[in-house]
Design a protein around this ligand. Structure first.
Ligand code: FPP
Length: 297
């Protein structure tokens, strides 16, 4: 819990910082193809938080008769390229599902060991690019159960980038949404016991405060690659009102331009949060006025 508390303090400071510190856009650094898609977007309505389920590394490799680990290696390149595009458009929060609790428990040991080595080498070899792109690296998940040498490298990267003010790249590692909720409920129960608070007084806000993501806004857009229509135990609480975008493209083929295309699709959607849509609201107003006129007449 201590680690989360310190993340919360940093994030609170960030939230209090003037907007220009977090939303500096570097559109001129986009590729011409990306710029063409960006031109179709409404910059004022960019999502604040995009979460991605990166899937299809194995199938990408299989299609090319390559070993699975080469798919993961190529997937790590996509992580960097997509993060850089996100930072260029001033996306404040990008959260990537890099390694689930289930991956840890159910994949062959050799694949897990490879993913751990890949994570370390990814952090080491991309740190300078993160600095050049003003990207801050953080993590969510039961990271304390990862191998110590991986944790050391993670801490090194998050400390080195902690003062960056652009996109926050959060890697979900050894993460599962249900275990996040278990951790949150334990934390909340302990707090209530300490403060002598009765369970009837629990609010959604209390639960939110104890999630790993307490310091972030909820995702506006959830992207899943490789065509699967599943949430796979990812950010279950936080995606309550997220727009979902599924693409058949495998993660190793996913690039910044595809992030921009997903954002364009998001901007064509109407977010209703359980309320009425724009058109229905207008119809309702006309109906209400007519009703009032009839009653008055
Ligand atoms: C799914 O592919 C992907 C993962 C296991 C997690 C994502 C991992 C990466 C992108 C690699 C490295 C990441 C970092 C941050 C260095 P899969 O193996 O489930 O694909 P499949 O469903 O086609 O078999």
């Amino acid at each position: 819990m201590g680690a989360y508390a310190s993340v919360n303090i940093v994030s609170k400071r960030l939230q209090e910082a003037p907007l220009y510190l977090t939303a500096t856009s570097r559109i001129h650094e986009l590729t011409p193809e990306e710029r063409a898609v960006y031109a179709t977007l409404t910059p004022a309505r960019l999502p604040e938080h995009v979460a991605i389920i990166m899937d299809g590394n194995g199938r990408w490799a299989g299609l090319r008769s390559l070993k699975r680990f080469l798919g993961h290696q190529q997937g790590a390149k996509s992580v960097q390229l997509v993060t850089e595009t996100a930072s260029r458009i001033g996306l404040p929060w990008l959260t990537l599902y890099a390694f689930s609790l289930e991956n840890n428990l159910r994949r062959p040991r050799a694949e897990v060991a490879f993913l751990m080595r890949l994570l370390r080498s990814y952090l080491e070899s991309n740190l300078q690019r993160m600095m050049d792109n003003n990207v801050r690296i953080q993590y969510i998940g039961r990271t304390h159960d990862l191998p110590p040498e991986v944790q050391d490298k993670m801490q090194w990267a998050s400390e080195a980038t902690a003062r960056n003010t652009g996109t926050t790249l959060t890697l979900a590692l050894n993460y599962g949404a249900r275990s996040e909720m278990v951790d949150a409920f334990k934390g909340l129960a302990m707090e209530m016991q300490r403060r002598g608070i009765s369970p009837e007084r629990i609010t959604e806000e209390d639960i939110h405060r104890h999630l790993y993501t307490a310091h972030m806004p909820d995702p506006d857009l959830l992207i899943r690659t490789s065509g699967e229509m599943r949430i796979s135990n990812y950010l279950l609480w936080q995606i309550a009102y997220a727009e979902i975008f599924v693409t058949d493209r495998f993660w190793p083929d996913f690039r910044g331009i595809h992030l921009l295309e997903a954002i364009a699709a998001y901007q064509r959607r109407e977010r209703r949060y359980g309320g009425l849509g724009e058109a229905e609201r207008e119809d309702q107003v006309v109906e209400d006025v007519n009703e009032e006129a009839r009653t008055a007449g």
